[in-house]
Design a binder for this molecule. Structure first.
Ligand code: 5GP
Ligand code: ZN
Length: 112
């Protein structure tokens, strides 16, 4: 996608703080962290949101499994939260499917 911020980050056209990369996924630090650890995990293929990404359910499963591995590599031994915003009511602001990994502190028990 020519006009997608996260596609440009994946391609290296926009700099990012890379945490992990393989042939299917890319992970980088959120520019505006909401917790001591705030990593975004994205599929390299462009899907607009989690509903769109359900076209490749094997990829979705792979991505979520990687989230757990990345959380472990970030030292989140005491737990972490995964969030994927989908659509306007969730305030999705970048329309390239991504999962937020949040951790490194006791998170609020409110999720919305
Ligand atoms: P959303 O609101 O779509 O779930 O999350 C988008 C996230 O992307 C936000 O947490 C925002 O801080 C992050 N973000 C937006 N632009 C950039 C950027 O240029 N670089 C990085 N690393 N994160 C970004
Ligand atoms: Zn994209």
């Amino acid at each position: 996608m020519d006009d997608c911020l996260f596609c440009k980050i994946i391609e290296g056209k926009i700099p990012s703080s890379k945490v992990y990369e393989d042939e299917k996924v890319y992970a980088f630090r959120d520019i505006n962290p909401q917790a001591p650890v705030h990593v975004l995990v994205v599929p390299k293929a462009h899907y607009s949101d989690v509903k769109d990404a359900a076209k490749d359910q094997a990829l979705l499963g792979y991505l979520f499994a990687k989230c757990g591995e990345i959380a472990e590599s970030e030292g989140l031994k005491n737990g972490f939260r995964l969030i994927t915003n989908c659509g306007d009511d969730a305030c999705q602001s970048v329309h390239h499917m991504h999962v937020h990994i949040l951790g490194g502190t006791k998170l609020t028990d409110k999720m919305g």
